[in-house]
Design a protein around this ligand. Structure first.
Ligand SMILES: Cc1cc2nc3c(=O)[nH]c(=O)nc-3n(C[C@H](O)[C@H](O)[C@H](O)COP(=O)(O)OP(=O)(O)OC[C@H]3O[C@@H](n4cnc5c(N)ncnc54)[C@H](O)[C@@H]3O)c2cc1C
Length: 199
């Protein structure tokens, strides 16, 4: 971020991180929204100005209005989860999700899904991650029966470590995985959960 006279010059990643847009803002103030909130340390480049962020007081009701509150009881909000277990069309049917929920519960993780899975209502839309869904940045993302399409990766490539479970050794997701398990998820996932529960 750079200040030249009266304009801010801002770099913003676009097209799923494939390009960087250089934007100029003629504004004296702006609000930035970042994944997981503000960094405690804002790095200053040689030609950049030091930026300090003011917190927005939510005290005055005149400043804002709450439209709707949606509670997802018992579940960990996806953007805040440090571990996420995601599953895709490899699950075959909505009724098979118990093994994903068991694994997530054993790790205190949130559950996520690929877009087609939420499109066919196997899972709720708030679990859909990717280019057109929620972008997540957990410490650990475990992807089960997800092929690893570019649009899915766009939402999960901020993860610290990625574990992929897929029966197809050629699945594109393996190229982006830190750890990969080639196998039938209906065999691998329950065994993994059992081991974690015994630890
Ligand atoms: C404009 C646009 C935007 C999109 N946005 C998104 C988005 O935000 N998020 C998103 O996810 N997708 C998005 N998509 C869709 C994306 O292109 C893929 O089609 C989608 O991610 C594939 O979902 P999937 O991996 O669950 O299913 P599939 O591609 O069908 O993959 C299923 C995988 O499961 C594996 N599998 C099957 N059975 C088993 C088993 N028993 N054990 C282990 N593995 C098994 C298969 O080998 C396969 O790799 C978008 C597409 C477009 C065109």
């Amino acid at each position: 971020m750079e200040l030249t006279d009266t304009t801010y010059s801002i770099q913003k990643s676009i097209f799923s991180g494939k390009a960087i847009a250089h934007l100029k803002l003629n504004a004296s103030k702006f609000i930035g929204i970042f994944p997981k909130g503000f960094s405690s340390e804002i790095k200053s480049e040689p030609n950049s100005m030091e930026i300090s962020f003011d917190s927005i007081p939510l005290g005055s009701k005149a400043d804002y209005q709450v439209g709707e509150i949606e509670n997802h009881e018992g579940s960990i909000p996806l953007p805040e989860a440090s571990i996420v277990v995601g599953a895709g069309r490899g699950m075959k049917d909505a009724s098979n999700w118990g093994i994903i929920e068991d694994l997530a519960q054993s790790l205190h993780a949130a559950t996520a899904c690929s877009k087609p899975v939420s499109d066919i209502n196997w899972r709720p839309h708030h679990e859909h991650v990717g280019q057109t869904g929620i972008k997540i940045a957990p410490k650990l993302y475990i992807a089960c029966g997800i092929s690893g399409a570019i649009q899915h990766l766009a939402g999960v490539n901020g993860s610290g470590k990625i574990v992929v479970i897929n029966q197809d050794p050629e699945a594109p997701f393996f190229k982006h995985a830190d750890y990969g398990i080639v196998g039938d998820l209906f065999d691998v996932v329950p065994r993994l959960t059992k081991i974690i529960k015994e630890m």
